[in-house]
Design a protein around this ligand. Structure first.
Ligand SMILES: *Cc1c(COP(=O)(O)O)cnc(C)c1O
Length: 640
């Protein structure tokens, strides 16, 4: 019996608990009474909720196939409001005299549509943009209209970059150059003299405060960007010597992304605010304190300081920051600055959901129909394995496990040396898997299972082959073992009887997901439903809006997926605002410098040669060329 089965009849509530949707969903995702995943743009208010399965069928009717990345405009809108309102409320409550101005770092999701929507929804809060390169600055200038919003230029800057930023200042943008390395300052001063534009200068400092979590190297002495304190003082002196100290208006640091512990956030704010107060004392006008990114997303919903969680809420983040800034500045009566944060992850993570279908399931118990009796001629080792199977019971599972492994290895050795046939070896493997499945079943009944057998469920977990590429669509799952919530989109009133790992269709042994969110731990298998013959079974990977889209690579030449943008209306209907067809085979081939036109010519020549040699008819050639061209124009994923 499966562990979950013991819990009795299945229900929507049990699915909610099993998949943790209420913990990580931030109110945006829930389960309907018919057992489907809903997206609720208005958080708890379910009256405008839409089923993801409905959207899938709508998309399919329009001829778009899975995998598909859905983006929900409303969720982006809602997250921007949430962040801005949380800061506003914290400032009001604590009687803070400055303001909040958020900026969205383009690198977190650079798709035009995303940046465009951020500027659109952000306008009412003067939410700006952060850029880290010339290309991003050029993108930002095409989309940002709001002159009250900040435009923060981080990153290594050349003359062209600086000139563009100075023109932006001239046109009325609140554009800041953040000095990341000492040498940059001279170039900024030189170009501003040449163009006759006064720059807004910020400096990025290296803090001694460090953060735990995955990206901690961004802070600390060895971080690659930022000035240490003596370099910061030199920069102040240089500016003063050049009569430009009045241009120094901003202090910046970035501790790293996804900081799970609020204590790390607090101690960095305290240290940076001390530096800020000192710069004011030096005579710089200042006015802006830019705390960078780091506001984490609770991917596993555990609300802890685990790497993929956070032990604070957005509201706590905001009030802790405001309070910390005031605690340093108020005793010296330093005026409250505009607080800037560069939150990318929290702004866009919820916005996108990756959807795909399951293509095939491999079950390990199916290897294991054990025979009742053996032939006379069966070799001794296989006979031994057979006996292990026959004598297995609850009390001797550990011993049986050891024996089974021992005999299996022996049999494999015999095969290598030519002493048993392939058929005999296959027969023995069936017995072996039968034993492993029996052991797993018996183990479930035990209160304390032997330590060696702790992970035996993993050995027999099903493999669900799914229509997507980990490398293209959730690269952090592969690169840094990041966890994302994954669950079925439907059938949630049914008990999920299978325990599975997920494999993509790249056929790369790393193209799999075998770590899943859990409140207390990391799960190595995901409970899923048995496939029903004809019916599609669809899964969603949630919270993939941040960092995943632009890190994706063309592993095995699987390209961009279809992307569909959805806006949910106040009456609960929805519009497909934008559809972007994923890469065709010709697209991905041209990324690696194949020329589809040339390929067609070459293949046509090969086909013509085959006609000449009498291998195919001229009519065959037509059919073959049609298939080839069709393939070139088709989707890179599995098509039905
Ligand atoms: C990446 C980055 C950010 C975004 O951080 P999040 O944790 O995603 O909010 C902000 N500022 C700088 C300088 C960055 O490099």
């Amino acid at each position: 019996m499966n562990k979950t089965e013991i819990l009795g009849r299945w229900s929507k509530e049990k699915s909610e608990e099993l998949y943790g949707i209420k913990n990580w969903g931030a109110g945006y995702f829930s389960i309907s009474d018919t057992g489907e995943v809903l997206v609720n743009p208005n958080k708890e208010n379910e009256s405008t909720a839409v089923s993801l399965m409905d959207i899938i069928s709508g998309i399919r009717d329009r001829g778009l196939d899975m995998p598909v990345l859905l983006r929900f405009e409303n969720l982006l809108d809602s997250q921007i409001s949430f962040l801005n309102n949380s800061f506003r409320e914290a400032m009001k409550k604590l009687n803070y005299k400055g303001e909040y101005r958020g900026v969205y770092p383009i690198k977190v999701n650079q798709q035009q549509q995303v940046v465009e929507e951020v500027t659109k929804f952000g306008q009412r809060y003067h939410h700006g943009l952060e850029v880290g390169s010339k290309a991003e600055l050029i993108a930002a200038l095409s989309l940002l209209k709001d002159k009250e919003a900040c435009l923060i230029c981080n990153g290594y800057k050349d003359e062209e970059f600086i000139d563009l930023g100075l023109y932006a200042v001239k046109m009325g943008y609140k554009c800041f150059f953040v000095i990341e390395i000492p040498g940059e300052l001279d170039l900024v001063m030189e170009r501003s003299q040449a163009l006759g534009v006064e720059p807004n200068i910020g400096i990025r400092i290296k803090l001694s405060s460090k953060a735990g979590g995955h990206w901690m190297e961004s802070g600390g002495d060895r971080s690659i960007f930022g000035l240490n304190v003596s370099q910061a003082i030199e920069a102040v002196d240089t500016l003063r010597d050049n009569n430009m100290l009045h241009c120094l208006k901003l202090l910046h640091y970035h501790l790293g992304s996804q900081i799970p512990n609020i204590r790390d956030i607090r101690s960095a704010v305290l240290e940076a605010t001390r530096v800020y107060a000192e710069l004011v004392k030096e005579g710089a006008p200042m006015g802006y304190l830019d705390l960078g990114g780091g506001l984490a997303v609770d991917y596993d919903g555990s609300n802890t300081n685990y790497s993929f969680s956070r032990n604070y809420t957005v509201e706590e983040y905001c009030s802790d920051i405001v309070e910390a800034v005031m605690s340093i500045l108020d005793p010296g009566s330093v005026p409250h600055p505009v607080i800037v944060t560069e939150s990318g992850r929290t702004t866009v993570a919820y916005y996108s959901v990756l959807l795909f279908n399951v293509l095939h399931v491999e079950k390990f118990e199916e290897y294991g129909d054990a025979p009742d009796k053996l032939d006379e001629s069966t070799s001794e080792q296989i006979r031994n394995l057979f006996d292990v199977n026959k004598n297995l019971n609850q009390k001797n599972i550990q011993e049986c496990y050891n024996d089974a492994l021992y005999y299996r290895d022996e049999i494999r050795d015999m095969f290598k040396h030519g002493r048993i046939s392939l058929r005999e070896r296959a027969f023995s493997e069936k017995i072996f898997w039968n034993i492993i499945n029996q052991i797993a079943k018996e183990k479930q009944k035990l209160k304390n299972s032997p330590p060696d057998l702790e992970d035996i469920e993993n050995a027999i977990a099903d493999i669900y082959y799914c229509n997507f590429s980990v490398f293209q669509s959730i690269p952090d799952s592969w690169a840094i073992d990041q966890l994302f919530p994954i669950m079925p989109l439907h059938r949630l009133l049914e008990l999920p009887k299978r325990n599975a790992v997920i494999a993509d269709i790249t056929c790369d042994c790393d193209g799999k997901i075998d770590r899943f969110i859990d409140l207390h731990d990391v799960k190595t298998t995901l409970p899923l439903h048995e496939l029903k013959n004809e019916d599609d079974y669809c899964l969603g990977v949630f919270l993939v809006g941040a960092y995943q889209e632009t890190l994706g690579d063309l592993h095995n030449l699987f390209g961009d997926t279809n992307v569909v943008s959805v806006r949910i209306n106040p009456d609960g209907s929805y519009d497909l605002v934008k559809e972007i067809h994923g890469d065709s085979v010709a697209d991905v081939l041209s990324y690696v410098e194949f020329d589809p036109k040339f390929m067609l010519v070459r293949f046509r020549q090969t086909a013509e040669a085959a006609v000449r040699e009498g291998r195919i008819s001229a009519a065959d050639r037509k059919g073959i060329m049609f298939a080839y061209e069709n393939g070139l124009n088709g989707y890179t994923y599995y098509e039905r």
